[in-house]
Design a protein around this ligand. Sequence first.
Ligand SMILES: Nc1ncnc2c1ncn2[C@@H]1O[C@H](COP(=O)(O)OP(=O)(O)OP(=O)(O)O)[C@@H](O)[C@H]1O
Length: 671
Amino acid sequence: MPDGQSLEFSGVTKRFGAVTAVSDLSARVEPGRVTGFLGPNGAGKTTTLRILLGLVRATSGHATIGGRRYAELGHPLQTVGAVLEASSFHPGRTGAAHLTIYAQAAGIPRSRVDEVLGLVGLGDAGGRKVGGYSLGMRQRLGLAYALLGDPGVLVLDEPSNGLDPEGIRWMRGFLRQLAAEGRTVLVSSHLLAEVQQTVDALLIISRGRLVFEGSIDDLADPTEHATVVDAPDREALAAALSAAGLPYEVLRSGLTVRGADPAAVGAAAAAAGVALSGLQRRGPALEEVFLDLVNGTRVHASAAGVSSVDAAPPATAPVEASPADAAAFGSAAVAAGVTPAAAAGAAPGGQADEHRDADDSREADESVVDAAALDAEATGAPGAAAALGAAAGAAWAAERDREDEEPVPATETAAPVDDVLAEPEPAASAPEPALEPGPGPEPEPEPEPSPADAAPGPDPDPEPSRTDSAPEPEPEPEPAAASELGPDPYADVPTVGAPVGEPVVTTSAGFAVASTGVIDIVPPAPEPAPEPAPESDAANEPDPPEDADPDVEELGAIDDELSTPEPPDEDDDRPWEHYVKTDADVEADAFFAAFDTGEGLSTDDDVSSSTAGAPSAQRPEPDDPRSLSERSETKRADGADDPGPVAERAEEPREAASTTPADDEHEGGRR
Ligand SMILES: Nc1ncnc2c1ncn2[C@@H]1O[C@H](COP(=O)(O)OP(=O)(O)OP(=O)(O)O)[C@@H](O)[C@H]1O
């Protein structure tokens, strides 16, 4: 069983121009538990995870996995499995083909592909093209990818998005099982209700700052509890509470008495001879606490450096009657001459109706049970629990405001393929014109590069709002050869898919397969596109690495598999050939074509010489120094149709490779 590792964030800050996405974040994530990483949209969750996974360089501070930064991991895919996007797959390829390529790149046996497909419930769908997958199936495929290396650490960004209630329940159980095996499981979400029943620990951030670290039990203020009580004769009950000096509010589910425990409330009812139909302790409304924290109207001690991360065991259903509560209820019920079961049938009094609407929103947190449910609890049945299924429809596509993109060095503008591949299918009725090869439009003159990121100064706006008026656009740097750029500012980004000591797979197109699910395509060299290799052309098949794992299929075998024509669609998904291809699809095709033909494949143990595309990353397109995605951006600027998410979602570059040693600035050269 793989060992879980502690994750540590130490003073992590990340600025994108004027936007501070993450601000001095320090936190720890322990193995053997599921940790929820919560925050509203734009809080900085994804950026934090990207920093952890070496996809984004922190402005200051660092994040480690088992004490090492991602770049220092010897076997990344076997250490950390991560899913940051749900749709990072090529629609024209099968789920199994994707995993096979990733497994190939990481030296993982092919047999593991079927294993993980089975683990995530895609055993029967692995042979289908991803274009025909539902969103939930893509989520599962992402999880399968994360599990490929059997890692001890799982980092999952909003894994429940797109899952139906059954899928959510499955995912919840699956994550808990992984944690029970000793793995570290970090799961981001913007919905507390979505993770409430799954997580043992919580990190909550707002505007890039940590506002809570601890367990769900720590989140709730124990002094904020209330008791919900009801009776067939509500008027009598209300009078009894008033007589006992217990102020109450009338809710749909009964009368709520804040700050009083069920024993006191039950005693007051018993003293007045009022028969009860329900008596329940209600925990604080966690959603309210969560919102208060992220809105800044509540401050928790853990955010001030008092860590309570070790505090509590897994949180269970938020509200359960304690034995004492049940006893109190019992005595009150007996005193009132009714049994819980009999009381359960009592209809709520008319008073409730006038409060029904105003009270609806509270119901989710109340978990009020009636006498029958209380009875069930006494026999061990679980109490009422918030339905995570309610979260199923709550996923929404976060539309990110990327106007403040920081300038991207010209040599690092290759579009992340996972973003490229995530591009939604264009409408068939509006086909995008094929991108003409050769020279593109003239690049617009660009101002001098901003030194802001290279030498971060004082934060001009430590807590910017996403709705702030757009700052002045950052100037684009001049295109420059790598040698002119000086020290690689992203030197701490790993040579993904090329851990030290493992074979490196490269293609002529130049790519890097990240163990984080990211494939970076580097624009191909200006040679003509390779002809499809004749099936019998053994010369085109690369030699397998000498020290290849005998259980790992040879490259040629994989090539054969991948070049075998896809079987006729088992489902109704459109044949790939009928897709209207966007620029992104063309890039993706070029990438995968290298696997089909085998021409682009080579193995190389020498990281420095292969570096997954570093040299070709600097090779210009003929007569156009920009990549396809850059040209797409220009196309949009020119008013062309449908630039696609390449332009919209171009983020900080995910570096294909670095030939320089990992940046040891923070770690003191542990390698
Ligand atoms: N490459 C980038 N360039 C400019 N700003 C960015 C970039 N990436 C993230 N940001 C900004 O950083 C902030 C945090 O974004 P991030 O994606 O980390 O938030 P999040 O918590 O994951 O949000 P969500 O829940 O919506 O996914 C946002 O204001 C976002 O606009």
